[in-house]
Design a protein around this ligand. Structure first.
Ligand code: VTB
Length: 345
């Protein structure tokens, strides 16, 4: 899977980012998302693979493209055996977030990216559109910090594992009403808090890289984004735990519906019988081979955003492979047809 697909999926996230970045700062998050979805789908359908979307834009009825269950890739065609190899015919699962942080793009803020994760069939947890309480941390703290412990305890453990004072830790938390107590506790314990308005995938992955000055992500974001983050952290050896949140009173925003009871019933209908289960990175991204790809739409901690110039665009992407154990930062110049100028800016 790795060799055949990894180069092509760079282009998938690049094309999505280039399309979406045109809408940066336009105040229109839906279009920024739609064009990314369209570009991602178009490029994916040119790849010799037999893919199925397991995390996407939502249920088929709400999402015209990249909906959950949609088949993508040339080898999904009925006569695929005529032109696809046995390897290419192996079914793979794909989790996509073509525009992670639509608000960030719409308002010209940092940290949005086009992102996807791939694994063999069954290798990615098909997370429902629920919230997820998340804890991400660097590899040095993996298995030591624990989402069951209090934030104060985890900060002490992080401090030991990373050999830095609690006061030198930076914890990313989404700026939401549901996190008022968490933010207060982290601050009281002495750590510093970086509040973000959106985009917790970028924050989670940043934990795995020394030098980003991000030492943990704590708090509740969306579950599908949790699986995508876990795929990257699984490859990088970082810590990731996630627990679904089904109680609207805890989430405090509208993404999950009605009542706690009806949400538990919905989870059960998806064969999630223990709604309180705590998943680790290996459970959320359990495949033998996992590939992760992201391309900056706006500039973030790990990647530059899309920069257009007279003759084209320049992008920066990140491709992580569990199989080849590689992390590649790919800097690409995309040349428009009939270009007479190439700029490095
Ligand atoms: C979360 C977070 C994402 O949107 O889904 C958030 O995981 C939405 O949270 O990274 P609210 O419903 O509380 O607004 C993102 O920030 C961007 O997609």
């Amino acid at each position: 899977m790795d060799n055949t697909i990894s180069l092509e999926i760079i282009e998938v996230v690049e094309q999505a980012a280039i399309a979406s970045a045109r809408w940066m700062g336009k105040g229109d998050k839906n279009t920024a998302d739609e064009v990314a979805v369209e570009a991602m789908r178009e490029r994916m359908n040119k790849i010799h693979m037999r893919g199925r979307i397991v995390i996407g834009e939502g249920e088929r009825d709400d999402a015209p493209m990249l909906y959950i269950g949609e088949e993508v890739g040339i080898c999904t065609q009925p006569n695929a055996a005529d032109f696809c190899t046995i390897d290419e015919l192996q079914e793979i699962d794909i989790a996509v977030d073509p525009c992670e942080g639509t608000n960030l793009v719409a308002y010209g803020q940092n940290g949005s990216m086009a992102v996807l994760a791939i694994s063999e069939k069954g290798g990615l947890f098909a997370a429902p559109d629920f919230y997820m309480n998340k804890l991400a941390a660097p590899a040095a703290a993996a298995g030591h910090v624990d989402i069951r412990k209090t934030p104060t305890e985890n900060l002490r453990i992080l401090s030991d594992c990373l050999d830095r004072a609690v006061e030198e830790l930076v914890i990313v938390i989404m700026d939401r009403e549901r996190h008022v107590d968490l933010i207060a506790e982290v601050r009281a314990a002495g750590a510093r808090v970086r509040l973000i308005s959106d985009g917790d995938v970028s924050a989670a992955i940043s934990c795995a890289f020394e030098g980003t000055n991000i030492h943990a992500l704590m708090g509740i974001g969306a579950a599908p984004e949790g699986v995508i983050s876990a795929a990257a952290l699984r490859c990088l050896g970082g810590h990731f735990q996630g627990q679904l949140i089904y109680d609207p009173a805890i989430a405090k925003t509208g993404l999950i519906g009605e009542s706690k009871e009806s949400n538990i019933a919905r989870l059960q209908s998806m064969n999630i019988n223990d709604p309180d289960k705590i998943y680790n990175a290996n459970e959320l991204a359990s495949g033998a081979n996992v590939l992760f790809a992201a391309c900056g739409i706006t500039t973030g901690t790990l990647m530059e955003g899309v920069r257009y110039f007279a003759g084209g665009a320049r992008t920066e992407s990140l491709i992580i492979s569990s199989q080849s154990k590689t992390v590649r930062f790919v800097d690409t110049i995309h040349i428009n047809e009939h270009t007479q100028r190439l700029s490095l800016n």
